[in-house]
Design a binder for this molecule. Sequence first.
Ligand code: FNR
Length: 368
Amino acid sequence: PPLEEILNLHDFEAVAKVVLPEKAWAYYSSASDDEITIRENRLAYQRVWFRPRVLRDVSKVDWSTTILGQKSSLPVYISATALGKLGHPDGELNLTRAAGKHGVIQMIATLASCSFDEIVDAALPDQTFFLQLYVNRDREITKRYVQHAERRGVKALFITVDAPQLGRREKDMRLKLVGDDAGAEVQRGQDVPKDQGVARAISAFIDPSLSWDDIPWFKSITKMPIILKGISTAEDALLAYDAGVQGIVLSNHGGRQLDTARSGLEVLTEVTAALRARGVYPSRTFDIFVDGGVRRASDVLKALALGAKAVGVGRPFLYAFSAYGQEGVERAIQIFRDELEMNMRLLGVRTLDELRPEMVDASAIHSH
Ligand code: FNR
């Protein structure tokens, strides 16, 4: 269908399912084991209800924000997703061009199909990037990669901590890797297993020995703010706070890692409670992000009302460029804008700062 007929982010998924090659669809859409967590990522948002306020003069509404000190036109960033060229010949550059044009922040994946420099070279002069890091068994490679990114102007380092080994995504595993599979040259392991799906083939280099003891080393090699991506409990949120990092992403990796892990939205409520009990929430130096299953501006507003600084979105942008290239990503951004404008008016908030926990009823969040 023509792009004008795409009315919401779900529509991109439906089109992508039809137009994508089987292997790309399997890699992008799959989640681990019985795919219970990926479904829960959507359901969690449906268990939180709004408590809208009225008569608040919402003629002007503004959904722009600052994320880790960087301006963003949306409280949404493009989360790292690997292997963009499986879906479209221009791969991640579709995201870069659309994000630059519309003032959205892109998190570059270690396993992007396009090289890091190709992506940064395609950017507008003042465009903001974050970097997602899979930590290599060879720390020298990681150090060089991180320091190169910092020199090239990347503004924050998101270390993925929920993937000491990649989850079993069986839809993906049933399709064998052939040939090169669209890049991700960077840091690929030498002994590539070719019979276990795309995901496993490209991740052999990831270091499963990574631990809390490594955090000081990361702080010593970069001045970028460090954010731990893939926190799922209050306990680990407190450890992250104590480790002196600048933030955490409450994420289950889009349901692709530990199946039946809880949704980031549900975890958010226990994390803010634990930080508040410690007397360190809200904080100007420690931000909480959420990703997984965000498909509507209403989802974004719920996460922000409950204490997230911004939310990450993965698959919808992948599906958008797979089906429509850069224009698809621009349309997805436009849909977020339109929905934010309407939902903020209907909720009774003019700016994101006015969002409060009282504007949602999250009392059913833990009832599965
Ligand atoms: C991901 N994600 C991911 N995360 C990461 O830290 N490094 C990576 O290389 C990837 N690769 C990746 C590939 C694909 C195809 C998907 C769908 C996801 C996880 C991603 O950053 C994010 O956490 C989720 O995608 C968020 O969930 P939604 O928005 O896809 O529901």
